[in-house]
Design a protein around this ligand. Structure first.
Ligand code: ARG
Length: 617
């Protein structure tokens, strides 16, 4: 619908200028050109769009809004390009113009999309080869700690955002800002030196599970024992200063975690470039020097910091952002400052990015607000650049509390994915037995894996990321409702139509590229629709481009989920109520085309969410 909205907007603006030349000239001169206020129709019975601009003009023009709308309508009716696009508009309510696209225009657009592997979704203006990259900083677990469900959210949401941006033709740099440089190494190395020194100079002397346990012990000691704390802090400083023994131990620990993380990424089909906190170590001194040169640095109780504007602590005093501790150590914030500086700097000294997106839990909102502010004041953010924290809520258990295992431990990601797949497999076996269907083991395994992982991803993506999210296997695996199984099932249903002899034409997206020239509207080959269920499906299908542009702008993957869910429902209604395979040849062809475009749209949309689809399940 984007194309139509743009064309209508232009036509409406021109109509306003013709109808009210003086007001239009005045408004343009004031830098606020008259706005037709074009929006999607608030109800289907109002058509496709409505233009509300007449209401805002009533005052300046000293005329009744309906009278203004009538003047606009007269101008529109004289415009042949408008007439080719829309049926005669209606004036409604206090002065809205209701606009309905011509049926043949909608049918031709369906036809056009059938031959377009992008399904009508345009490339972003700012994208293309050679454009400055968008950096998506996501997943970013911490070394020597196991990935937890919070990292799962970041991984899934970040990957979906990256996929949408990539599909829009934006050059995306996917960065894994792993925590590979902080205090945890000081604690861990100090502790290991005493209890398991082999882990520090021999690869895989202990496994990751043990390492996590050692880390937990180290943390307990760190919190309880002041001497240990001091030694651990010194250890971090040694590591950050490049001491070879510390560096070797660090490298071994990182490798071990990295391999573990990689397994999860492969399983979830996530591509990421690791560029951890350690990468920015050589730039930390320069960050402090830059801040000093900009006159922002203050030494407070031995620590170097920048006082934040507009951010106060409980005592009402401005909050400091500490960039170098009194022992000389740098922290998480310093690294993030160095990262921003590097990411915006022109290549080869940096990434030359124009847009940074950070996907972390909402608990880090203040951290990012502080860091962004300091970066701005330091002058590291180029004009026109975008810098965004994309926060998400907590993962909660069924009880509404933070997700924990029965024994009260944090849930390991691997276990969680295993359980989703296992439950899926059990459901599937039950269903196969009920339906007395025979399938081989390979099929069962493949379906359970795809549906299980899809369910976990989709459950996360389909809730508004900002709210906390209740993790429930039962809900995410249900065949009904806004779930992955429901959507996957719609795709399967359409594949079934093809198997039952419905020639969907064109086949998959790749095949669609070879589509033949579009038949002229009105010709016997043109698609023809008559039933309201068909038109509802046509209109729903054509929303894809608008939805994707919105998801890209607002970084809310749940919008795409809601759309795909709505589309599946509209499709199911259509397929349940309108004959397809048994229809007359012309209607059958048009309806099969709708089936195919629905399947292609669902596959494309789910693909952007990182979810694979199936032909049978
Ligand atoms: N490692 C951090 C954590 O586990 C997330 C890092 C996010 N990215 C960043 N540039 N700070 O909470």
């Amino acid at each position: 619908m984007l194309r139509f909205a743009q064309a209508l907007d232009t036509q409406l603006r021109a109509a306003m200028e013709r109808a009210f030349p003086e007001a239009a000239a005045e408004a343009s001169a004031a830098g606020r050109p008259l706005d037709p206020q074009l929006a999607p129709a608030s109800k289907p019975e109002f058509g496709d769009f409505q233009a509300n601009g007449a209401l805002a003009l009533a005052k300046p023009l000293q005329q009744a809004p309906r009278q203004i709308a009538a003047a606009l309508l007269a101008e529109l009716e004289a415009d042949t390009a408008f007439g080719a696009l829309c049926l005669p508009p209606q004036i409604a309510g206090p002065g809205f113009l209701n606009l309905t696209l011509r049926p043949e225009v909608l049918a031709a657009e369906v036809q056009r999309r059938l031959g377009d592997p992008r399904l009508g979704v345009p490339l972003a203006v700012a994208g293309g080869a050679g454009a400055a990259p968008v950096i998506v900083d996501f997943s970013s677990p911490n070394i020597a700690k196991e990935m937890h469900v919070g990292h799962l959210r970041s991984t899934i949401i970040g990957d979906a955002m990256a996929r949408v941006l990539e599909f829009r033709g934006q050059p995306v740099l996917r960065l894994n800002h792993v925590g590979d440089w902080g205090t945890q190494f000081g604690m861990l190395i100090t502790h290991l030196k005493q209890v398991a020194p082999a882990a520090l100079d021999t690869a895989d002397a202990v496994d990751l599970g043990d390492l996590v346990a050692f880390y937990r012990q180290a943390k307990q000691r760190f919190d309880a024992d002041e001497d240990f704390q001091t030694t651990a802090r010194q250890e971090v400083v040694r590591l950050q200063a490049g001491d070879p023994v510390s560096l070797k131990a660090w490298g071994l620990l990182c490798d071990q975690s990295r391999r573990e993380f990689q397994q999860l990424y492969e399983r979830l089909d996530i591509r990421l470039n690791e560029r951890g906190e350690s990468f920015y170590n050589p730039y930390l001194e320069a960050v402090v020097a830059d801040l000093d040169a900009a006159g922002l640095l203050v030494v407070d109780a031995g620590a170097k910091c920048v006082f934040l504007e507009g951010m106060q602590g409980k005592d009402g005093k401005p909050l400091p952002l500490i960039v170098q501790k009194s022992d000389g150590g740098f922290n998480y914030a310093t690294t993030d400052l160095a990262a921003i500086r590097y990411r915006f700097a022109a290549p080869p000294a940096g990434d030359g990015a124009r847009w940074l997106i950070y996907v972390t839990d909402a608990g880090q909102a203040n951290h990012f607000a502080g860091v962004f502010q300091v970066a701005r004041r330091a002058g590291w953010i180029p004009g026109g650049a975008r810098l965004e924290h994309v926060p998400f809520g907590l993962v909660q258990g069924d009880d509404g509390k933070k997700l924990k295992t029965r024994s009260g431990d944090t849930v390991r990601l691997k276990d969680l994915l295993d359980e989703a797949v296992e439950r899926c497999e059990a459901d599937l076996r039950r269903r196969l037995a009920e339906e007395e269907r025979q399938e081989d083991e390979e099929f069962v395994r493949q379906v359970a894996t795809i549906v299980g992982l899809a369910a976990v991803k989709y459950a996360d993506l389909s809730t508004n990321r900002i709210t906390n999210y209740q993790f429930s296997f039962d809900r995410m695996l249900a065949l009904q409702g806004n779930t992955a199984p429901y959507l996957l099932y719609a795709v399967v249903r359409i594949a079934g139509i093809a198997r039952k002899g419905g020639d969907l034409g064109g086949g998959d997206l790749a095949g669609a590229q070879a589509a033949v020239a579009e038949p002229q509207a009105g010709s016997p080959e043109a698609l023809q629709f008559s039933e309201p269920q068909e038109w509802a499906l046509v209109r729903e299908l054509l929303k894809l481009d608008t939805v994707i542009a919105e998801v890209e702008q607002e970084l809310l993957p749940n919008r795409l989920c809601s759309y795909l869910f709505e589309l599946s429902q509209v499709f199911n209604r259509f397929y349940d109520q309108v004959p397809v395979l048994k229809a007359e040849p012309a209607a059958r062809r048009s309806r099969l085309a709708l089936c195919r475009l629905t399947a292609d749209t669902l596959k494309l949309g789910l693909g952007l969410l990182g979810i694979a689809t199936l032909e049978r399940m």
